[in-house]
Design a protein around this ligand. Sequence first.
Ligand code: UDP
Length: 380
Amino acid sequence: MSLTVLMNAGPWLSVPPPGYGGIENVIATLVPELRRLGVRVVLASVDSSTLPVDEKFSVFPDGQFHALQRPYNQVCGISQAHLNGVVRALHSRDDIDLVHDHVEAVGLATLAAMGPDAPPALHTLHWDLAKHPALYGNVDGGDRVRVNGVSASQLARAPRALREHSVGHVHLSTPLAVDADRRPRAEKGDYLIILGRINPGKGQDVGARLARRVGVPLVLAGPVGPYHRPEDLAAAGDEARQNPDVRFFYDEVAPHVDGDLVRWVGTVAGQERDDLLAGARASLFPLRWEEPGGTAVVESLALGTPVVATARGCLPELIEHGRTGLLTTDEEELGDLLLAAGLLDPDECRREAAVRFTPAVMAEKYVGLYERVRQLAAAP
Ligand code: UDP
């Protein structure tokens, strides 16, 4: 296939990400498979990205994740500087057949504003849009800019204008599903894990409280705001509390963290992350938001760890209750389900992931979407 795609990963983290990074993990999974299918990939990211691509360019030397807690206008300034680089690149060459953009509303708005000079674009939605309706406002890229979501539930909650421009949904996938070098070495241990940003939507406070109630050890892994290690957060002092996730951690989660039954280990990465996830009796997602895609959910299945979760967002699409996990709408019932998770079969989880959530499946679906977006843009 002769298709050149400009993959816009944004300025926040390198690709693959050093640890945490849902969007960047999706891109790192997708791109090698696209290239295997013959797609040329030009990556717009940061200089420190190491993902093999045909060409890359960047505005920033490394990921600007640490700046996300600065005032809103500064955060937008970083996004816009990166996107100006993308726009300059698109104006200076005519070999890009399609832009695949992952940079929230700003990316979509920028592509829409370029008008017919820009190649057709597919913008992948990564957020719960009902929660941020203003984010996408009235952005309308006409027939040239289309959107896709990462789950049916996410698209159903999207503003109408976006739904009218959508071309379908593709579930997130994971490198863990097929990469034989990254198979876990861990035996199953007697603990639960919540892998993800520490954030009210991810519900670590609920998980920590329930784990203590039923007496099962719980590991919380993930960054608190921009802080990856407990010692970095401690060293940041009171100023760190400006970040809402830091406040959430101190006020709602930390009171349950006793360092024994419930531990926060900070961000985990690479083999350490895979082993921790694979060794858990179950992964817990006590959600308070409509999880739009859930990379960590799929990674958990791929590593043979059943999922116990609130039945919200994409979870009912990803998890089959009673086979690959246990779902409930009742927060208190989650505690009982934690005890039952050991009865589920890890091999069923792996089998499910190996069929439904492989990088090859995701890449094929995206190539189909690219074709559709180009046809729609070319139609009179
Ligand atoms: N992650 C990680 N280390 C951590 C916490 C998270 O590598 O300590 C990764 C996780 O494996 C997943 C991604 O960060 O690939 C989070 O993506 P997800 O879609 O689950 O959550 P969100 O994008 O909402 O933060």
